[in-house]
Design a protein around this ligand. Structure first.
Ligand SMILES: [Zn+2]
Ligand SMILES: [Zn+2]
Length: 464
């Protein structure tokens, strides 16, 4: 295989190393582009990935030795190959698309559409590259399948729906993933991003933010607008609450630590002569540090409750956590195992990853098993396009990022993400892993309690 960033011609690795096994593999990957284009042309909304899941299952028929389970937590799928003694390594690929109308102009662009939660027909697109993640995992499976004489252990390929809705991983876990697959010693995932095609970015520690979305209802007492003394005015309460919330990041978060608390919407009142009886504010919060997130969520609750009390409200505010993702915090040990093999496979295209302020639900899976994990990213922007924008000082303007209608991976990077997956899985199979310190939790977890609500995603998909 050759691809941007390959230095396999230098052959600096032994044939039994992960890089050597992948570079020397005779596995047939000629089908990959067609499968990728099929996924690309059939992007399905979170929770509604029926056609995509069917195609994945059909592709898995070509792997008779892998034990396949489908319909886990919706359209989730796992495929397990047991190949002797050794570690169990899980790799996850997500496969949902987005309600975005593709504007890439390529002949395989999506013209697909689906009904959204409100029953409106919307154009859909794989604007986040989940089609490539899925195809690459199938490709890595093919390499591992053909090269199984060179490794021993167990590989779990996990295909996850509904990532964009932040609920797919949690749904698979709560639907009994822990009873369906063997407990992994380590979990892996990758994500494609805007960046020079073929660059592979990895780093230890927090690489993607946590995301916490909270809808808060503030209760007052309604009255005629001319009789404010008969009311507890939720508009004034909401206004003071929004202002007071600004002091959490500015006064409670240590300078130099990353935290965002955005009040993204305020709703109250429908008429100009009525003081309404409630107001709703919605918060979007981002953090790298889980302890800091907990501290800020506690501060949000404290401020909101105190403001309601100060206003004389009879009823406590309601907090609804509609989306909750932990930070993606790469394990140092997994990084130490994988990174040298990325370096030997990709040479100078193996690069330190800058933290990314987007969020991911992948870490829900390793956390449910109490095992370490790592997510890396891969640049997919055609090199010429990148260089042109860079020399014009227009990277932020000219290069489509994830979720943009012009987001279009260079097809050559399909091979890079496939090799990266195979190399990382093999590197983990060739290592030894400690038993978990933490007890696995959330095996078949029921609806979370109030106490657990801060630690999991609780909202069901908007899509039927
Ligand atoms: Zn996305
Ligand atoms: Zn994504």
């Amino acid at each position: 295989m050759t691809a941007p960033g390959t230095d396999s011609d230098q052959a600096t690795f032994s044939p039994t190393s992960p890089s050597g096994i992948v570079a020397g593999s005779q596995a047939d990957l000629s089908w990959m582009e067609d499968v990728y284009k099929f996924f690309h042309q059939h992007p399905e909304l979170s929770g509604a990935e029926e056609v995509t899941a069917q195609r994945i299952v059909k592709e898995l028929e070509g792997f008779p030795d892998w034990e396949v389970t489908s319909n886990i937590g919706g359209y989730g799928i796992t495929a397990v190959l047991e190949n002797g003694d050794g570690p169990t390594v899980l790799m996850r690929a997500d496969f949902d698309g987005l309600p975005v109308a593709e504007k890439t102009g390529v002949d395989y662009a999506s013209t697909y559409s689906q009904l959204n939660a409100s029953g409106e027909r919307v154009a859909t697109m794989h604007a986040c590259g989940h089609d490539q993640h899925t195809t690459s995992l199938l490709g890595a499976m093919r390499i591992l399948n053909e090269e199984r004489a060179h490794w021993s252990g167990t590989v779990v390929a996990l295909f996850q729906p509904a990532e964009e809705a932040s609920i797919g991983a949690h749904k698979m876990v709560s639907d009994g993933l822990g009873r369906i697959i063997p407990r992994p010693d380590v979990c892996l995932a990758q994500h494609i991003v805007a960046g020079p095609a073929g660059q592979v970015y990895s780093a230890p520690g927090p690489v993607m933010t946590s995301s916490t979305t909270i809808e808060i209802t503030l209760y007052g007492r309604g009255a005629h607008a001319s009789m404010p003394h008969r009311s507890v005015d939720p508009v004034v309460l909401a206004a003071s609450t929004v202002m007071k919330l600004q002091t959490i990041v500015s006064r409670e978060v240590p300078p130099g630590k990353f935290a965002v608390i955005t009040v993204a919407s305020v709703e109250a009142g429908k008429a100009n002569n009525v003081i309404p009886d409630s107001a709703k504010i919605s918060l979007s919060c981002r953090f790298y540090d889980e302890e800091l997130r907990q501290k800020c969520v506690d501060a949000i609750k404290r401020v909101v409750r105190a403001e309601a009390m100060a206003a004389g409200a009879d009823r406590n505010p309601d907090f609804k956590f509609v989306g909750m993702l932990g930070a993606t915090d790469n394990d140092q040990g997994v990084y130490d195992v994988v990174r040298p093999h990325f370096d030997s496979s990709f040479g100078e295209d193996s690069i330190e990853m800058e933290p990314w302020t987007a969020s991911e639900d992948f870490s829900v899976i390793p956390k449910s098993f109490g095992c370490p994990y790592m997510l890396w990213t891969i640049g997919i922007t055609p090199r010429r396009q990148w260089q042109r924008a860079e020399s014009a000082g227009r990277l932020d303007i000219d290069i489509p990022t994830n979720h943009n209608p012009g987001f279009l991976p260079d097809l050559s990077t399909l091979q890079v993400s496939t090799r990266a997956a195979a190399v990382a899985i093999l590197a983990c199979l060739q290592s030894t892993w400690e038993q978990p310190e933490a007890e696995p939790h959330a095996m078949g977890a029921p609806v979370p309690t109030d106490e657990e609500i801060d630690a999991v995603a609780v909202e069901t998909s908007l899509v039927e």
